[in-house]
Design a protein around this ligand. Structure first.
Ligand code: NAD
Length: 298
């Protein structure tokens, strides 16, 4: 029986953050420039609060200028748009992130599209999405979760995925579609699947690389996986787990880790996989944005 390599996103993210912190210190020393990241959060969603806190902590650890704007849940769209306008004009800020989901009365599209493409470190702006889709991965900000997935795949398989078949489960704008663009840019043969795909297990079974991003706890089973495949689990699902007879809230991915780790060559865990890499990629994008703002090479 094979036992898959556990792709340690936490350790990879820590290494990357150390490199970013060293580059940030050099940028300050040599160019008197400190990358600045602004997080905007509207309302008090507990999961969003945790995500923003983790991003802020990571920014400070990298040596960035980090600011957080917390707006009341009943803030108007005008309030949010005028804050973003201020941040777009603020020279100390190189990256702006608006934590999603936003309260239902706010138009998330209008708000994310109001961020300057040059400060769009989450890469939700249509200009950055367009560049990515056109294969201009050097000229665009790449969305953080898909970039984190590719980093993990590259570590296992190198940067050229010629001849390999990749199956993406989920077609969202923030994960499924951009990760498919990146896989395509790396020469993989890419199949997109989603909730309307017929015989999903059969499609996944053909993949050398599986990206699971459906938001369905433990959906991808061991018998869905081609022996030796690389499996990246993006899902974050809140479930109840039984520990010593007690039921406790817990996080799980879209992949049945125990089953799949007996078949795959490598698998990323949840937690400790794509999540920390997503945050590290946000820091990498913010550093890149700061350098670009000063006309420096990236
Ligand atoms: P989403 O709800 O926007 O999209 C889910 C996609 O999965 C849809 O395209 C849908 O068609 C597909 N899907 C749903 N049920 C399916 C099924 N039974 N079979 C096949 N496809 C199915 O979600 P999202 O924003 O792309 O996020 C996906 C998951 O990844 C969520 O669990 C989310 O929490 C997680 N996520 C994690 C990170 C991270 O940093 N680790 C970042 C973003 C999202």
């Amino acid at each position: 029986m094979t036992v898959a390599i556990r792709i340690d996103g936490k350790a990879m993210a820590a290494n990357l953050s150390a490199t970013i912190a060293a580059e940030t210190a050099a940028l300050l020393r040599e160019h008197d420039l400190k990358p600045g990241l602004a997080a905007v959060i509207v309302g008090a969603d507990p999961a969003s609060q945790i995500y923003v806190r983790n991003k802020k902590r990571a920014a400070i650890a990298c040596g960035f200028h980090s600011v957080q704007h917390t707006l009341a849940s009943d803030s108007s769209e005008k309030d949010v748009l005028s804050l973003i306008e201020e941040l777009n004009a603020d020279e100390a800020i190189h990256g702006i992130l608006v934590q999603l989901p936003l309260p239902a009365h706010l138009d998330a599209q209008r708000i994310t599209q109001s961020i300057s493409p040059a400060k769009d470190v989450d890469a939700f702006h249509h200009i950055n999405i367009g560049k990515l889709t056109a294969g201009d991965t050097d000229g665009a900000f790449v969305p953080c979760t898909p970039a984190g997935c590719m980093f993990m795949i590259e570590e296992q398989l190198g940067s050229d995925l010629s001849g390999l078949s990749a199956v993406v489960v989920g077609r969202s704008n923030i994960v499924g579609k951009p990760v498919a663009s990146l896989l395509l840019a790396a020469n993989a043969t890419v199949t997109m699947t989603h909730s309307r795909t017929r015989d999903l297990a059969d499609v996944v079974r053909r993949a050398d690389i599986v990206i699971a991003a459906a938001g369905r706890a433990n959906m991808v089973k061991g018998n869905w996986i081609k022996p030796g495949a690389i499996v990246i689990d993006v899902g974050i699902n809140r479930v109840e787990a039984t520990v010593d007879g007690d039921t406790e809230p817990s996080l799980t991915g879209d992949v049945d880790f125990d089953e799949v780790s007996k078949v795959a060559a490598a698998i990323s865990p949840v937690p400790g996989g794509v999540g920390p890499m997503t945050i590290a990629m946000l820091m990498a994008n913010t550093l890149r944005s700061a350098k670009l703002s000063a006309g420096l090479e990236v």
